[in-house]
Ligand binder design. Structure first.
Ligand code: ATP
Length: 432
């Protein structure tokens, strides 16, 4: 099935709201083999909505709209669909009863405007909303079916999963089987990943896509054909072999989750000492529920004297060479590990910019991990980022977080940190 999206809302055109609905729909439908072939954003205007939906139905098998189903007079999707179908809106007494009940339950006055949400284009099917009161609608127009969903992301998602996907899949002609898998890598360059995966790319019925994002590359492997899942399994195995330790996970498994899992499996904890990232690593390591089992805590030692006061970094070392040195990162890692009583200490220091510091260029970063053997290991990647000013600063800090978590992962796994970094550098030179 080919589906087009029409997302409705002035706030999307103005850039006040990011079009997360379109992104989620694209990803989710693709995951079920349904192709989103076009996506447009239109204003809260009846004629714009009608035109966009009709044009989309001229090309696609079905259209999904989001937004404009609410009670206010700028919510115009249901009116637009009624006009496009040439049918009147009729009030559904059952829906009206539920809306009135909800007002009572929430101890709110009943505003007559809310009754707009009880109006349904004649002949449209209501799609029960598992996450809210206003239902979605399925209406058949001359070009095909339109699924109208609320704009609120949680309601839209719940409706797609419960109602829309089953209907779209029911209507889908049996297509060519397809299987997909995402492998996640960190700390290597896109060109390196692509160069290493050339043999996988050459396999029959296999397509690769590279999805880079701040120091991480997700590789999407798609296999098509009657044996899609067997072909996919073979392609994945080969890709993992070629990429080696650069692969940290697959699917939705993010780096922080992998680190958490590795620590939990060993009954181990980590403490963080951060300078240029100002707590971003701690935030990442506490993002998931249950992180208290593996995250001890962190110290943000931004000002140089605090690196001595809070972490025990040698004052002479700091006076001698400043805060941006590998040895400072090493002492921060050892200090935080000891003071917090954690199994591992993870530390970062460096220059996020926009100005160089103590003669070190922007993007100089030192990362250290102190483990149970007490001997800190450091790496010093150059993470210059791109662009300038604040954007670049954001990017360098994010790159540092990814590289730091990945170093911790490698050390927990007992991988040879030095050589894996050297390999990456050689690859980088070879592919540039
Ligand atoms: P409601 O019943 O709340 O009025 P609705 O169907 O009328 O829902 P909108 O009023 O268009 O939907 O949007 C409600 C909220 O949902 C918006 O304020 C916005 O925060 C969010 N939203 C709408 N469209 C999108 C979108 N395409 N992507 C992400 N969020 C969206």
């Amino acid at each position: 099935v080919r589906v087009e999206l029409v997302t409705v809302g002035d706030e999307l055109l103005l850039g006040d709201t990011i079009n997360g609905n379109a992104a989620w729909l694209g990803r989710t439908l693709a995951g079920h083999g349904i192709e989103v072939t076009r996506s447009v954003v239109v204003a809260d205007q009846q004629d714009e909505i009608i035109q966009a939906v009709q044009e989309a139905l001229g090309r696609a098998d079905a259209v999904i709209t989001t937004g404009g189903l609410g009670p206010t007079y700028d919510d115009l999707t249901r009116d637009a669909l009624a006009v496009a179908a040439g049918v009147p809106l009729t009030r559904d007494p059952e829906l009206e009863r539920r809306l009135r009940e909800r007002a009572v339950a929430m101890d709110r006055p009943f505003v007559p405007m809310v009754l707009r949400m009880a109006e349904v284009p004649e002949g449209a099917r209501q799609l029960p909303n598992p996450a809210g009161t206003a239902p979605g609608l399925r209406i058949t127009l001359p070009g095909g079916p339109v699924y109208a969903l609320p704009g609120i992301p949680s309601e839209m998602r719940a409706l797609v999963e419960a109602e829309v996907l089953p209907l779209l899949l029911r209507d889908a002609p049996a297509g060519v089987p397809m299987a997909r898998r995402i492998l996640r890598t960190a700390g290597v360059w896109e060109s390196v990943v692509a160069a290493r995966l050339a043999p996988v790319e050459a396999l029959d019925g296999v397509r690769l896509a590279y999805l880079p994002d701040s120091g991480e590359i997700r590789v999407r492997i798609t296999a098509t054909g009657p044996d899609a899942s067997i072909v996919l399994a073979a392609a994945e195995e080969q890709a993992r072999e070629l990429l080696g330790h650069a692969v940290y996970g697959s699917g939705d498994e993010t780096l922080d989750r992998v680190v958490h899992r590795l620590l939990a499996e060993r009954n181990a904890t980590v403490g963080t000492a951060e300078s240029l990232t100002g707590g971003l690593i701690g935030a990442e390591l506490t993002a998931m529920p249950g992180s208290s089992a593996t995250y001890a805590g962190g110290v943000v030692a931004y000002a140089t004297p605090l690196k001595t006061a809070l972490l025990g970094v040698s004052a002479a070392l700091l006076a001698d060479g400043g805060a941006v040195q590998a040895q400072v990162a090493a002492e921060m890692a050892a200090g935080v590990r000891e003071r917090l009583g954690a199994t591992y200490g993870l530390a970062v220091t460096g220059v996020a910019g926009p100005e160089p510091q103590d003669g070190h260029p922007v993007g100089t970063v030192h990362i250290a991990v102190a483990g149970p053997d007490g001997r800190p290991q450091t790496v010093s990647p150059a993470l210059p980022g791109t662009g300038s000013g604040e954007r670049r600063r954001v990017q360098i800090r994010r790159l540092t977080v990814v590289h730091a978590l990945d170093l911790l992962r490698r050390i927990i796994l007992g991988l040879d940190v030095e050589s894996s970094w050297r390999d990456d550098r050689e690859d980088r030179e070879a592919s540039s």
